[in-house]
Write a protein that binds this ligand. Structure first.
Ligand SMILES: *Cc1c(COP(=O)(O)O)cnc(C)c1O
Length: 435
């Protein structure tokens, strides 16, 4: 039996309907922006393997550091103990987030969000206030655990669990040209008492279809919340580590969050690790003679030393000019391409920031993850050995920063051909003309 067949006997895959699922592609090697299968086929990883990979696959520097760490200390209990890589990572992250004063370790993006939410709720409870409401942006995605599902948009992903999710206060997404709506809704909501926090994906809503909004609106949302003493949680799980062109999306604005969630790009995409950074104001609310004011949260693998060493090695690469030159190279090329497509591709809304470019195809159906364009688009690019996994009718390109210029050009050319080809049916293109 080959690997795909053996996989089918024993494995349950994420976000995959079992019925009719195609065989999983057996990847045996990674190299720069490529994933290589058993038969030697090379696939260009144009989505950075679900947005985690920043420096390319099997990066030699990260591999070396992780390997050294494995031979030194693979893991140690983290309650009552510490180790050099955890301290180094925390120091280096806090240098880059000067408004934060402590980091808390967990395992992934969802747990980084859970930790932030629990800290925000308990912050108020430790201070003797009853505040249990959370403001969210419509269409948000913050993870798949119960707390993170609660603050995410309700819909297909979490429908069977809806009755278990806590209530939130959603405000409209600040769509271009309709920002005032969001601001007014926020002002209205802020009249209520008992609001603990706001949580947002800064500048880009990833899973919603790479929906983007401006730093000016983000600044205004944060300022209004700060004025009303509402804690600000920035979910930088997707936007962190260079995706938006700066290290963090919140680097674009002045008002800084109280809590910052990190994961995906944190280890360069090498290992699972989550971080939640908190301000001293939050941290100090947990210092008490009352044992019940302790933050009772921790995972078996909290601050795993190997994962911390991968994150430190990834930060080494962010200290190199080459990485930032690559990010700038992608950003400039994407900006130019977006301009070009805005005037030629009448069938799509084109969005761009930093190293993310997205094309929302106009379709008959609702623009969503469940739009049936998805399979067609995926298969079209897969035949060309390009991994582009659209979010419904949204095609996005989110490459590892080390992508070769020639590969970058190839993907853009294929996207352009797809957008301009007859593959989008006539009826839809006529609708687009009329829009
Ligand atoms: C992916 C993602 C998460 C969840 O992270 P996991 O590691 O998949 O649990 C949370 N927030 C945002 C913005 C994300 O993109």
């Amino acid at each position: 039996m080959n690997l795909s067949a053996r996989d089918k006997q024993v494995i349950w895959h994420p976000y995959t309907q079992i019925k009719g699922a195609v065989d999983a592609i057996p990847i045996v090697k990674g190299e720069g922006s490529y994933l290589i299968d058993e038969s030697g086929n090379r696939y260009l990883d144009a989505i950075s393997s679900w947005w985690v990979n920043t420096h390319g696959h099997a990066h030699p520097h990260i591999a070396k550091k992780v390997s050294e760490q494995l031979h030194t200390l693979e893991h140690s209990i983290f309650a009552g103990f510490t180790h050099p890589k955890a301290v180094e990572l925390a120091e280096r992250i806090l240098e880059k987030l000067p408004n934060q004063s402590r980091v808390f370790f967990s395992d992934n993006g969802s747990t980084a969000v859970e930790v932030a939410l629990k800290m925000a709720f308990q912050y108020w409870s430790n201070k003797g206030h009853e505040k249990n409401k959370v403001i969210v942006l419509e269409g948000s995605y913050h993870g798949d655990t119960f707390g993170s599902m609660s603050v995410s948009a309700r819909g297909g992903f979490n429908q069977p669990f809806e009755q278990f999710l806590f209530d939130v206060l959603p405000i409209p997404f600040p769509k271009k040209g309709e920002e005032e709506c969001t601001i007014l809704a926020l002002k209205e909501v802020l009249q209520q008492d008992g609001i603990s926090s706001i949580i947002v994906e800064p500048l880009i809503q990833g899973a919603a279809g790479m929906r983007m909004y401006s730093p000016e609106v983000l600044e205004e949302l944060f300022t209004l919340c700060r004025e009303r003493n509402v804690l600000i949680i920035a979910d930088e799980v997707m936007t962190g580590f260079g995706r938006t062109g700066k290290l963090f999306a919140t680097d674009y604005i002045e008002t800084k969050p109280d809590l910052v969630c990190m994961s995906k790009g944190l280890t360069g995409g090498t290992m699972a690790l989550g971080l939640t950074a908190a301000t001293s104001q939050i941290y100090e609310a947990f210092i008490s003679d009352d044992k019940l004011k302790t933050f009772f949260h921790g995972h078996s693998f909290t601050a795993n030393a190997v994962a911390c060493s991968a994150a430190c090695a990834s930060l080494d690469l962010f200290d190199e000019q080459q990485t930032w030159d690559n990010i700038a190279r992608i950003e400039i090329r994407f900006a130019k391409f977006a301009e070009e497509m805005k005037t030629t591709a009448l069938f799509a809304d084109v969005r761009h920031i930093g190293t993310v470019i997205a094309f929302e195809l106009k379709t008959e159906g609702e623009s969503s993850y469940f739009n049936n364009k998805r399979e067609d688009i995926y298969n079209h690019f897969f035949e060309k050995k390009i991994i582009l996994r659209p979010l419904g009718n949204v095609i996005y390109f989110l490459p590892p920063y080390c992508i070769e210029q020639e590969d970058l050009e190839r993907v853009l050319k294929e996207i352009k051909e797809y957008l301009l080809s007859g593959l989008i049916d006539k009826k839809e293109s006529i609708n687009a003309w009329n829009d």
